[in-house]
Ligand binder design. Structure first.
Ligand code: HEC
Ligand code: HEC
Ligand code: HEC
Ligand code: HEC
Length: 450
């Protein structure tokens, strides 16, 4: 017999499966315009297309996990997932039950332009797709003076708030209410909320970081604006989203520092302290689906002769446990958190390492922080390539004696000198070539004049 997730069953028995689609209104998909009709905003359209919002339904990692969720709950959990990953199709009653290829374009576009621009607020407690939608054709955003030849426009203060994003970027277990994804809450309780820096400032600007104002036109035929937002919504998804933007954000999120002595006699212990600081993310790193995301620090010590004296990997993430305390478990079985060692915004984590000094020269120690959207195993099962990205790294040297350290300094100065000499030769050669070319030109012109 197939095992159905217990925490989930309790919920279904109590509230019925319909209760799983939390709060979404019933609206036909014909009340939303496909992005094909947003051509006046060509630049914004090109930004949104590669985003994970546009791919939230077709995303192979999502489809793989949805399959597992449905299997574990006899199909009961599907509507909950689809409500957030494909809100138009679920409001229209097209999902679950229709192949993506057979959905109307606008429904298959997942978190599409006209869905977001017809959202008006929050319905009930924030999270679990708590959106309030008024599909009257009016497009809502930051301007109170926008005039469109084809649709009504309206100023919306809600679109400028983090709560707009928090409608979906906080996910609670539909059965036991446990907090599964808490990006909004992490932001709300952190320093950026206090400073008034919202999600939009980092994820809807050219970034990384807050890059306001970003002057431009919101529509091809519209006026020049002091600031417009981008529809990029880039996060850490290097494999499936806009790779360059995601890479840029991951590299801006953290710094790594190494502290250790410079001289340690052979055979003695070298103590190494690493410090990772979340300098650029408005929430924990990693955030969101943190039992799937992978972030780890790899510390490696290599002697001059190539011998590896230390290699250690430490993962930072969330481990979920079920009601009996078993871990790790999947989202739907989760009843609590076994461990959570992620790094809050503008905070640091230190870790200690040690190895025995060896060799008769120097040892290079490196600390590298890596990120993957999903494990190799999950990516393979989902049939996608997910690259590993370097977020930050640091390197330092330790020597067996001060003499060795001094010798290494001299050698490295020599290298620098050699490089400098090399550069000088090139500069002289370049000046020579420029002079020759100029000379030839001069002679030619002089001849012509004659
Ligand atoms: C996830 C929701 C979401 C999606 C998807 C989305 N937008 Fe936006 N859009 C916003 C928000 C929020 C703002 C306003 C941000 C603010 O004022 O702080 C905005 C602003 C705008 C503006 C005002 C000008 C500007 O750039 O600031 C236009 C026009 C616009 N969006 C068009 C589009 C188009 C066209 C698409 C699809 C190609 C799209 N949006 C997709 C949420 C979204
Ligand atoms: C209707 C629900 C919904 C709303 C509203 C929404 N998002 Fe999302 N967002 C999602 C889903 C679902 C995904 C994951 C899609 C996937 O990876 O399959 C996502 C993914 C993202 C990502 C991750 C991309 C990556 O590279 O991993 C970022 C960043 C993001 N959203 C930012 C925002 C911001 C900023 C806002 C508010 C302006 C917002 N979202 C509003 C549902 C939403
Ligand atoms: C100060 C800038 C900043 C603010 C504010 C901010 N973020 Fe981020 N966000 C980042 C950076 C940098 C990353 C890349 C590092 C990472 O993946 O955690 C990121 C990553 C993400 C991701 C992808 C996470 C992953 O690993 O898949 C999502 C989703 C996201 N942010 C949503 C939000 C939402 C929603 C808000 C508002 C509640 C928000 N962010 C506020 C900077 C910011
Ligand atoms: C209330 C909104 C919401 C619901 C409900 C929801 N998700 Fe998501 N999902 C998100 C957001 C937001 C992200 C992006 C977070 C991040 O980048 O870490 C996401 C990301 C994902 C990803 C990662 C995709 C990628 O490309 O990295 C998978 C897989 C996923 N969700 C599966 C599911 C499944 C399966 C369910 C149902 C059990 C579900 N989600 C229910 C909002 C939701």
């Amino acid at each position: 017999m197939r095992r159905v997730a217990p925490a989930f069953l309790v919920f279904v028995l109590t509230f019925g499966i319909a209760g799983v689609v939390l709060g979404l209104p019933e609206i036909p998909s014909s009340s939303f315009q496909s992005s094909d009709g947003c051509g006046c905003h060509a630049a914004l359209l090109e930004q949104w297309r590669p985003s994970m919002h546009a791919k939230a339904l077709s995303d192979p990692l999502y489809r793989y996990k949805l399959g597992e969720a449905n299997e574990a709950t006899d199909g009961a959990l599907g509507p909950f997932c689809e409500g957030c990953h494909g809100p138009v199709a679920v409001m229209a009653g097209e999902l679950p039950g229709t192949e993506i290829a057979d959905l109307p374009d606008v429904s298959a576009e997942a978190i599409t332009c006209d869905f977001c621009h017809q959202v008006t607020g929050t319905d009930g407690p924030l999270g679990n797709t708590s959106v309030l939608v008024d599909a009257d054709g009016t497009k809502r955003a930051q301007f109170d003076d926008a005039v469109s030849p084809v649709h009504e426009t309206e100023f919306s203060a809600f679109h400028q708030s983090a709560e707009f994003c928090g409608n979906c970027h906080n996910v609670d277990h539909p059965g036991n209410g446990m907090h599964l994804e808490m990006t909004y809450t992490e932001w709300k309780e952190g320093p950026y909320a206090e400073q008034g820096i919202v999600c939009q400032d980092c994820h809807m600007t050219p970034g990384p970081g807050v890059t306001k104002p970003n002057a431009g036109k919101a529509a091809g035929t519209g006026p020049d604006r002091e600031h417009i937002y981008t529809m990029t919504f880039a996060g850490g998804n290097v494999g499936l989203g806009d790779a360059d933007l995601a890479q840029e954000r991951l590299e801006a999120a953290a710094t790594v520092e190494l502290a250790m002595p410079e001289i340690v006699a052979s055979g003695q212990t070298v103590d190494v302290t690493t410090t990772i600081t979340n300098v650029g993310a408005g929430h924990y790193i990693p955030t969101g689906l943190t039992e799937v995301r992978q972030m780890w620090l790899e510390v490696v010590a290599t002697a001059d002769n190539g011998d590896e004296l230390l290699r250690e990997r430490r993962d930072f993430g969330t481990v979920l446990k079920d009601a009996e305390g078993k871990y790790p478990v999947d989202l739907w079985d989760a009843a609590g958190i076994q461990s959570d060692d992620r790094i809050p915004p503008q905070e640091s984590t230190t870790n200690e390492y040690s190895f025995a000094m060896a060799g008769d020269g120097g040892v290079t120690v490196s600390a590298t922080l890596y990120y993957r959207s999903a494990s190799e195993e999950m990516a393979e099962k989902a049939g996608v390539e997910i690259p590993t990205t370097t977020m930050a790294s640091a390197e330092a040297l330790v020597f067996v004696s001060e003499e060795e350290q001094a010798a290494a300094r001299v050698a490295s100065d020599d290298d620098d000198d050699a490089e400098a000499v090399g550069l000088e030769v090139w500069v002289i050669a370049l000046i020579f070539v420029v002079l020759v070319v100029a000379g030839v030109q001069f002679v030619r012109r002089a001849r012509k004049r004659r």
